[in-house]
Design a protein around this ligand. Structure first.
Ligand SMILES: [Zn+2]
Length: 442
């Protein structure tokens, strides 16, 4: 969009436009985001991640001190709503949250300053605008869940169990809907650290995995980061007016503490939260924010009040754990270094991004890290991690690697050759190292 177009939008929309509590059309959401973007150029950046099947833009608003681009050490957070077109409360919650944060920041309110000073927050108010256009207001059975092609977007991602990473070319676009391709592409543009996906029809915070490689009917399918996921889900439910009570909706639950493992609730394949976690090392929680998928508009004020504290508290969890860079033997931050935590064997190991950064959400405690990078000695370090959210920052810790003393000049070979001076502590590394090597080859 040109400056002139932005100027026209600015002129056409009253600058003092407040966000009223009613359902907004896709066009109204677009206009609202354009207005926020135009009137807050220092902290807002509006961009599109693609178009829906019917051609509607999938707008994302980013808020932060450097809204246009990533800043080293500032974690990227995202909220996604309305993936199921008939689950509509999330759209309005995200718009109210945008308004609240901007208003708070402009008013120098400490809670808003702390969030935007320490985090870049991305909002996708509707992932399925076409479905929304067909939705009616029935609480459970309304039209519009699917996209324009009749596909459930929360079944259309690569599945970590049916099609595990590293075995097939699952990262391609074949068979994916436009909205899913857009999100997959979006995840490649930034290292998102924490995310939530807002749904409706229940009142519960659901966490990975949603699927399992085994038949565990009635049981949970747990990730290696289950303690972190449980904490994240509980932060949302505990700060919510009633979710933590666990039995609010007549036809769903009860859910102890208002949380559940996704698979234990009901298994599904091709979901977005598992994809975020396994492929993009982004911990995503699925938030079911209303018993009724399309609550009466008259309830929006109260529903916003029920969710506001939760939405803000959840963002701050992006500061759990540790973050930093991996530096090679020359002191240069390197991409694709494998950073593993002992006892957490992720399907795909966490690796550094294009800035040489890693982010690892962990609860307070003592952790051992193993860092591997071609041509360098395996590095193992143990240290204590405090509770980051109350400091508005994860612990910052850079890993400094040492080059092999007898480099062969062939980094591919040297990856697999342990240093004689420091035998690798392979408590968990074989899987990660194999995948790291595979990534270098493919
Ligand atoms: Zn849903």
């Amino acid at each position: 969009m040109s400056d002139r177009q932005l100027f026209l939008v600015f002129m056409l929309v009253p600058a003092a436009m407040t966000l009223d509590f009613r359902y907004h059309s896709n066009r109204e959401i677009e206009h609202y985001l354009l207005q926020v973007n135009a009137t807050n150029p220092d902290i807002a950046h509006l961009y599109s991640i693609g178009r829906s099947v019917a051609g509607q833009q999938l707008w994302v608003l980013a808020l932060g001190l450097s809204p246009h681009r990533h800043t080293i050490g500032i974690p990227e957070f995202k909220y996604v709503a309305n993936m199921h077109g008939n689950e509509v409360l999330g759209r309005e919650l995200l718009l109210q949250l945008v308004a609240d944060l901007v208003r708070g920041y402009r008013g120098n309110e400490s809670w808003a300053m702390q969030i935007l000073n320490s985090t870049r927050v991305h909002f996708l108010p509707t992932m399925n605008p076409d479905g929304f256009d067909r939705a009616d207001s029935n609480c459970q059975l309304s039209q519009g869940r699917f996209n324009h092609n009749g596909v459930d977007l929360n079944r259309n991602f690569p599945d970590a169990f049916a099609d595990p990473p590293g075995q097939h070319v699952t990262d391609d676009d074949s068979g994916r809907e436009a909205e899913v391709r857009a999100v997959m592409g979006w995840l490649k543009t930034e290292t998102f650290v924490l995310s939530a996906n807002l749904h409706g029809g229940a009142l519960v915070a659901s966490y990975a995995y949603d699927n399992s490689g085994d038949d565990l009917v009635g049981e949970a399918s747990l990730t290696p980061d289950d303690d972190v996921f449980v904490h994240l889900a509980k932060v949302y439910s505990a700060n919510h007016a009633s979710m933590h009570k666990g039995g609010h909706c007549a036809d769903q639950g009860p859910f102890k503490d208002g949380i559940t493992n996704g698979y234990q609730w009901y298994p599904l394949s091709g979901g977005m939260q598992d994809y975020n976690y396994v492929w993009a090392q982004c911990l995503e929680v699925t938030l079911e924010v209303s018993c009724c998928k399309f609550p009466p508009a008259g309830e929006l004020v109260a529903l916003w009040a029920d969710n506001r504290r939760s939405l803000l508290a959840f963002i701050r969890q992006v500061h759990l754990g540790v973050k930093g860079r991996v530096l090679d033997g020359s002191g240069v931050a390197v991409r694709n270094a494998v950073v593993e935590v002992t006892g957490r064997r992720n399907m795909q190991p966490f690796t550094t991004n294009k800035h040489g950064e890693y982010y690892r959400l962990l609860l307070p405690g003592n952790y051992t890290f193993t860092v591997t990078y071609p041509g360098h000695e395996v590095l193992t370090e143990t240290f204590v991690i405090p509770f980051g959210p109350e400091r508005n920052s994860a612990l910052t810790h850079d890993f400094v690697l040492r080059r092999y003393a007898t480099a062969t000049g062939d980094p591919m070979l040297s990856t697999t050759r342990p240093s004689s001076s420091s035998p690798p502590p392979w408590t968990l590394a074989p899987l990660g190292t194999a995948l790291a090597l595979q990534r270098l080859i493919s």
